[in-house]
Design a protein around this ligand. Structure first.
Ligand SMILES: Cc1cc2nc3c(=O)[nH]c(=O)nc-3n(C[C@H](O)[C@H](O)[C@H](O)COP(=O)(O)OP(=O)(O)OC[C@H]3O[C@@H](n4cnc5c(N)ncnc54)[C@H](O)[C@@H]3O)c2cc1C
Length: 328
């Protein structure tokens, strides 16, 4: 299939999707309370506000549990009703289809608690805690180790699953253990070795286990002013080199060593290339930004176009880092 055909096909599909979406949106939303909890499951909940791209259709069913019991009750509900489960953290590494997601979408961002142990320097945090706000909190305490993470707008759970990293550090370097809920309802604790980490991957990806909590090893006792200064420096560097002014998912493609994806895309002449509202960022070619009104299908078409063009020029097929969810 040629690129133009691929792009054409998806764009026709996109028009059909919009119709389907309108129909979906006109369906009245239903709310069901999970037995024994104050946790509500909603039908036909739009997901665009829950992804950093600000695109995507509705979840057939949506729930945002606030504790482990409500999370377990959500899983039981899915099992009883034979629903596929999809986990969303901050949605900062996701492309959700315009057609939405069938089954139950569990959003973890309300799973919140944190415990700072100043004796051991260990930070135990729930999976819904925000990585950048933790980076600022520990910096202000004079704890070193999370300065690199300040520009990563995800949750702890997403970082543990993706092995999020920047500035030559990554979550696997400091993870002591992760608490994980299995589909059968059992909770286990796993070491980084058991989670099989490498560059932006872990054995948790593509599986059906849910990270509920993580313990990170940090280094307390430094001068807070110095840790805050380094954290600010990292933030400033990112604001100068990456397009934080438009919705995106960060780097779209994994870096195919020895090249970087951004360099290959730039050398292929694709900076600024646009399909619908989706554009290859001028500031950093491995970012696709939503310039306003983009559909998930625009972003998907652009991803395919980049892959095809880079393949033709360099004989390298770029592998997406972004996770695509739903039908495209
Ligand atoms: C502006 C910008 C800059 C970025 N910069 C970086 C960067 O420098 N380095 C980097 O590594 N990433 C970067 N990212 C990408 C993204 O922030 C990270 O991949 C982040 O770790 C994703 O976390 P999340 O909570 O948003 O996960 P989501 O995007 O919600 O989910 C990602 C995957 O993890 C799964 N998941 C999420 N939470 C859980 C859980 N609790 N249990 C089981 N599965 C779960 C999801 O199902 C999905 O498959 C950037 C993104 C943006 C928008």
């Amino acid at each position: 299939m040629t690129i133009s055909q691929a792009v054409g096909n998806v764009c026709i599909a996109s028009a059909l999707n919009t119709k389907k979406q309108e129909t979906a949106n006109s369906i009245k939303s239903e709310v069901i309370y999970l037995p024994g909890t104050d946790c509500a499951i909603k039908s036909q909940a739009s997901l665009s506000a829950f992804t950093s791209y600000r695109v995507g259709g509705a979840a057939q069913w949506y729930v945002a549990p606030r504790n482990l019991e409500a999370l377990q009750a959500s899983l039981n509900y899915a099992k009883e009703h034979d629903l596929i489960v999809t986990i969303l953290g901050a949605g900062s590494n996701l492309l959700v289809s315009d057609r939405g997601i069938p089954g139950l979408v569990i959003v973890t961002r309300h799973l919140r608690h944190s415990y700072f142990d100043s004796e051991t320097g260990q930070l135990t945090v729930a999976s819904g805690e925000s990585i950048p706000s933790l980076a600022w909190q520990v910096a202000e305490l004079g704890w070193q180790g999370l300065e690199w993470a300040v520009g990563i707008p995800g949750t702890v759970g997403g970082a543990v699953v993706m092995n999020a990293g920047a500035h030559k550090s990554c979550i696997a370097d400091m993870l002591v253990s992760a608490q994980v809920l299995s589909p059968d309802g059992t909770v286990g604790t796993f070491t980084p070795k058991q989670l099989g980490y490498s560059y932006r991957t872990s054995l948790l990806q593509g599986g059906d286990r849910i990270v509920t909590q993580a313990t990170l090893q940090l280094e307390p006792g430094a001068d807070p002013a110095q840790v805050v200064a380094l954290t600010k420096q990292h933030k400033k560097h990112r604001l100068n080199t990456q397009p934080y002014n438009f919705p995106s998912c960060g780097s779209v493609f994994r870096n195919p060593k020895p090249y970087t994806a951004g360099w290959l895309i730039e050398q292929t002449g694709l900076k600024g290339y646009q399909i619908g509202g989706a554009q290859v960022a001028q500031l950093h070619a491995n970012f696709i930004v939503n310039r306003g009104g983009a559909k998930a299908s625009d972003i998907f078409c652009l991803i395919r176009h980049i892959q095809q063009q880079v393949q033709e020029r360099w004989s390298i097929w770029l592998e997406p880092e972004v996770k695509m969810i739903g039908e495209f």
